[in-house]
Design a protein around this ligand. Structure first.
Ligand SMILES: Nc1ncnc2c1ncn2[C@@H]1O[C@H](COP(=O)(O)OP(=O)(O)OP(=O)(O)O)[C@@H](O)[C@H]1O
Ligand code: SF4
Ligand SMILES: [Mg+2]
Length: 331
């Protein structure tokens, strides 16, 4: 079934930054600058890209934790951007988030039980006894023991804290969860346990996920489709298999070529492509194709003409004037 649960169209999130001076214009960070993608129900879309490409801001904007500047976000057929606050609050129960850092995202003064129960209290759902029962249920669902409900976050390990965050996200029985780098703050040995937990819960509870990560190894384990972000835009989007087998955007090819040699099935036959310089400032993104300052195959046209996301193969979308072209063909 490919019914869309979430659709994001031309999403922009711009943050004003401090005014530089009387005669200078107010500057704007183009954190998300025209990102588009869909997620079918029960599927997992991976969002990858370097630090600062706008992944977290995209996830936050979907849940209205930051205000979109423009664009459309549609959830199960309802346009979120037009909803009144009360209607959004009701719908928001069906959409949750798990943050990267289980150390800072849990209130240190509340017990694990209170943290997981809090969303039920906020939405005034069920009687006292029903809320207690629901919290116990989600504790066992995520592999925590009900007697751990009375402990405080600092009494748990990093992996267990992330289980508390997942329990909190699940307590309202959502359909959609943004997982923002849910394992990158954890030890490698614990990462696999939490990833297995998330994929098992996704399958058992029929969840739809937006899975944000900079780690292509993690993405390849968890996701059905992958969207690659660069400077606030989606530059390539494809089913996981197609993206790893035949990456068409030079940025995706560079990311994949940098995957450590211990992961040869991801790296494929790509030779290491070293990108020049850092990701440019999102205050003044480059003209034309915003990757042209670092692209190994850029040509004159790339500086002036912005490439649109177009379908190059079945469900394989790329924003590049020369998709799939070999690096040797470049400058
Ligand atoms: N509230 C804010 N005010 C101003 N700029 C912001 C704000 N939030 C994010 N940014 C900027 O927007 C850009 C995108 O940030 P974002 O956190 O979405 O990136 P990311 O892809 O999640 O990066 P990372 O991989 O480091 O988590 C960055 O340049 C960041 O500094
Ligand atoms: S449009 Fe040009 S600069 Fe942009 S990715 Fe393609 S070849 Fe590189
Ligand atoms: Mg982030």
């Amino acid at each position: 079934m490919s019914e869309r649960l979430l659709s994001v169209k031309e999403l922009k999130v711009h943050f004003p930054v401090a005014k530089a001076g009387f005669f200078t214009q107010r500057q704007v960070v183009h954190a998300v600058d025209g990102a588009s993608f869909d997620i079918p129900r029960s599927k997992t879309l991976g969002l990858v890209g370097e630090s600062g490409s706008g992944k977290t801001t995209t996830g936050l904007a979907i849940l209205r934790l930051v205000k979109p500047t423009s664009g459309q976000i549609t959830f199960d057929g309802t346009a979120l951007t037009d909803l009144e606050p009360e209607a959004f609050r009701v719908l928001r129960r069906r959409m949750q988030i798990v943050f990267q850092d289980p150390y800072s995202s849990l209130d240190p003064r509340s017990t694990a039980g209170q943290i997981v129960r809090f969303p039920l209290d906020i939405h005034a759902l069920g009687s006292n006894a029903e809320r207690k029962e629901r919290v116990e249920d989600v504790f066992s669902l995520v592999g925590l023991r009900p007697r751990q409900m009375d402990l405080f976050p600092h009494q748990f390990s990093g992996g267990q804290r992330q289980r508390i965050s997942i329990a909190r996200a699940l307590v309202l029985q959502p359909e959609f969860i943004v997982c923002d780098e849910p394992v990158s703050a954890l030890d490698v040995a614990i990462q696999a346990q939490i990833l297995n937990l998330l994929t098992r819960l996704r399958d058992e509870l029929n969840l739809t996920l937006l899975f944000i990560s900079h780690d292509l190894g993690v993405i390849s384990h968890v996701c059905d489709e992958v969207a690659v972000m660069y400077l606030g835009k989606v530059v390539e989007k494809a089913p996981r298999y197609a993206l790893f087998k035949q990456p068409l955007h030079p940025y995706t090819r560079a990311l994949l070529s940098a995957v450590p040699a211990r992961n040869p099935e991801l790296k494929g036959t790509l030779k290491r492509i070293r990108l020049q310089g850092d990701i440019p400032s999102p205050v003044n993104p480059p003209s034309g194709c915003r990757f042209h300052t670092r692209c190994p195959i850029a040509q004159a046209r790339c500086q002036s003409e912005e490439p649109q996301l177009t379908e190059q193969a079945s469900d394989h979308w790329v924003a590049c004037h020369f998709p799939g072209q070999d690096e040797a063909a470049g400058r």
